[in-house]
Design a protein around this ligand. Sequence first.
Ligand SMILES: NC(=O)c1ccc[n+]([C@@H]2O[C@H](COP(=O)([O-])OP(=O)(O)OC[C@H]3O[C@@H](n4cnc5c(N)ncnc54)[C@H](OP(=O)(O)O)[C@@H]3O)[C@@H](O)[C@H]2O)c1
Length: 325
Amino acid sequence: MKAITIPEPGGADALVLADVPSPEPAEGEVRIRVAAAGVNRADIMQRKGFYDPPPGSSPYPGLEVSGTIDALGEGVEGWAMGDEVCALLVGGGYAEQVCAPATQVLPVPAGVSLEDAAALPEVVCTVWSNVFMTANLLPGQTLLVHGGSSGIGTMAIQLAREVGARVAVTAGSAEKLQACKALGAEVLVNYREQDFVEEIKAATDGAGADVILDNMGAKYLARNVDALAMGGRLVVIGLQGGTTAELNLNTLLRKRAAVIATSLRARPLPEKAAIVAAVREHVWPLVESGRVRPVVHSRHPLGEAAAAHREMESSGHIGKILLRP
Ligand SMILES: NC(=O)c1ccc[n+]([C@@H]2O[C@H](COP(=O)([O-])OP(=O)(O)OC[C@H]3O[C@@H](n4cnc5c(N)ncnc54)[C@H](OP(=O)(O)O)[C@@H]3O)[C@@H](O)[C@H]2O)c1
């Protein structure tokens, strides 16, 4: 089969289409003939050599796919050859075939095309596990999403809106903010022109955000803690603004607030299985009803993965970028 390999870490041209052996499903795994693969920031980090796949997993990039099951490993129940599915992966999605634990596979939701379903697993599992399972966002509370127009952001806005929360976003352009508004964001902050702490306080009568979903890490830590409401929860999922910063524990203590940081890829299989099961129970009905949808910005042939990475790195996109084998 063909797959995108990374012979040497580096720029977008480090992504090389090559002939590699087809993977064989281990016990408890299914093999998927890939219809589309989602592109994620983490793939760029892996390409640059900063985010190695966990030991024993596929060396190729790609954290989510959609496609058709074409082989079943020992002991797999609940899935059959030919099923149209999407799956959360630790890697290997930039390929014609990939194996996934059966517990990380979801049916393609009714009303979503086989290809577009590739835009769902990573963002839905990340948002659901962090914003709802970990930070416990409740109806009537305020969620601040940094990078509201990102793949993650476009899903976070929709899911928070659906549970009856109020959504604030930051983004770097008026066009991106308008896209966030169309998805349900009510408070729009252009971080290039406005201070998000001031804006979130002004929008909440000085209270602040109950939950913040953060992609910036160190650069935003102090301001995020300032922007939190009493009992607020800051969930850091990205480190685009660096890893090391000072934290004022007194501010945190007075607010009885929490700072949490998580990575989905490294979580043990049973935790991922629980997240995928929760997503199937709580999110899939929203997608099947048409109220929540994958936001797909562009599609590239698998062999042009470099162009897809350049597009993501230039940050011109709104929503997800897909690769088609
Ligand atoms: N921990 C986990 O398990 C996990 C899982 C999935 C994703 N993530 C993280 O989630 C983030 C989004 O991932 P993605 O795949 O959806 O990537 P993406 O679509 O490329 O999104 C990155 C976003 O960062 C925004 N951005 C850049 N500088 C910013 C700033 N100063 N303030 C606010 N936003 C800024 C960009 O928007 P502008 O053009 O508006 O700047 C862009 O929308 C990444 O950091 C990724 O690593 C973490």
